[in-house]
Write a protein that binds this ligand. Structure first.
Ligand code: SAH
Length: 343
């Protein structure tokens, strides 16, 4: 799969099959590295639209290689301001004095759904203690750096490593601090953040919608998680006229609802649980009330696709990842209702 988009360079133009031109606009996200052929399979289900591959390291201080399939214009994209910290040292200035010269990291690794357990950090602490303040031998440095990279450990004191805290991950991913606070415990917060959009990256793509919808948008947000799509649109200054958010996890739902209130939204939020319950009939009724959807957006579960899954990386046919097909089914249903109306 070639896809389009060269890391670090802007996409200036592309030719889109007229059959898939919006509205409705669609935007689908998933992990860039999938078992072979799955992006081809996804592209087939989006009428040949190829993914745009982007690593969020060009937008923030952590890696996040993702593919985005969308029918948005690519001309005139803008970044949201203020620009986020672009290095881990800018993100966590208080830790820089503890960062040894032999740790060259300026960007963090892809944010994961799990944190390192205590035994990993204490094992590394013992190795560092054995060097008694001096630089450890090269092979030990290499071992420590490998663990630091795969677990995103940061230096929090002399010879002391620790995993990122949820509020630090929130900032890395472009959310406001405490976005996930209140609805769940630390483990759940880290899991939900590990699955979420990187706001600056997604907002860059979505920024082209702002001049198209000066009075606001009606959005169908599928697999909303902690509301990455909603937050990105809001940070672009796009009024959320109506959002139908489909998310099965109750904690995530609470986080979206609480963000909706905290951010002073004046539009309407409707939350649904299971995407499989969003049948053609339910959708038809919803659209009687809302009118059209301007944007259908979401990233389906990547559990059976992600390289981190060593047990059940069975591809799109997997029990969680097959929910991808619900995204294209719902998109097709939205299109049908909209076409019927135009006739
Ligand atoms: N883009 C989101 C995260 C997507 S991760 C964000 O920015 O946070 C995929 C999400 O799909 C998870 O939050 C998971 O709880 C949800 N999900 C899984 N099965 C679902 C189903 N059957 N119906 C609706 N949502 C589901």
């Amino acid at each position: 799969m070639t896809g389009f988009g060269t890391p670090g360079f802007p996409v200036l133009s592309r030719i889109l099959n007229p059959l898939v031109e919006g509205p409705p606009y669609f935007y689908f996200e998933n992990v860039a590295s999938m078992p072979k052929k799955e992006w081809e399979n996804i592209t087939r289900h989006f009428d040949g639209v190829e993914p745009e591959f982007v690593d969020s390291k060009y937008f923030c201080a952590c890696r996040r290689p993702r593919g985005y399939v969308h029918n948005l214009p690519v001309e005139g994209r803008k970044l949201i301001l203020p620009e986020p910290p672009m290095t881990v040292q800018e993100l966590l200035p208080r830790t820089t004095e503890y960062w040894p010269s032999w740790d060259p990291r300026t960007k963090l690794h892809c944010i994961n759904t799990r944190s390192a357990c205590n035994s990993i950090c204490s094992g590394l602490r013992n190795l560092l203690l054995a060097s008694d303040g001096a630089d450890p031998p090269l092979d030990v440095q290499k071992h420590i750096l490998k663990k630091c990279s795969s677990w995103n450990l940061i230096w929090t004191g002399p010879g002391q490593l620790a995993p990122l805290e949820p509020h630090e991950i929130e900032l890395l991913l472009g959310f406001d601090e405490d976005h996930t606070r209140g609805a769940s415990n630390k483990t759940d917060r880290i899991q939900s953040l590990g699955n979420s959009f990187q706001i600056n990256t997604v907002a860059y793509h979505l920024s082209v919608l702002k001049p198209l919808y000066p009075t606001g948008m009606r959005v169908l947000s599928l697999f909303s998680g902690i509301g990455g799509a909603e937050v990105a649109l809001h940070k672009l200054g796009i009024h959320l006229h109506y959002v139908v958010s489909v998310e099965i996890n109750q904690n995530n739902k609470i986080m979206v609802e609480s963000w909706w209130k905290k951010s002073g939204q004046r539009g309407k939020l409707k939350q649904l649980d299971n995407i499989t319950d969003l049948t053609s009939d339910v959708l038809q009724d919803l659209m009687e009330e809302i009118g059209e959807f301007d944007l259908v957006i979401g990233g389906s579960p990547c559990n059976n696709l992600s390289g981190n899954n060593r047990v059940s990386r069975v591809g799109l046919a997997g029990p969680d990842s097959s929910l991808f097909f619900e995204f294209t089914r719902v998109l097709e249903d939205v299109r049908k209702v909209m076409h019927r109306r135009k006739r």
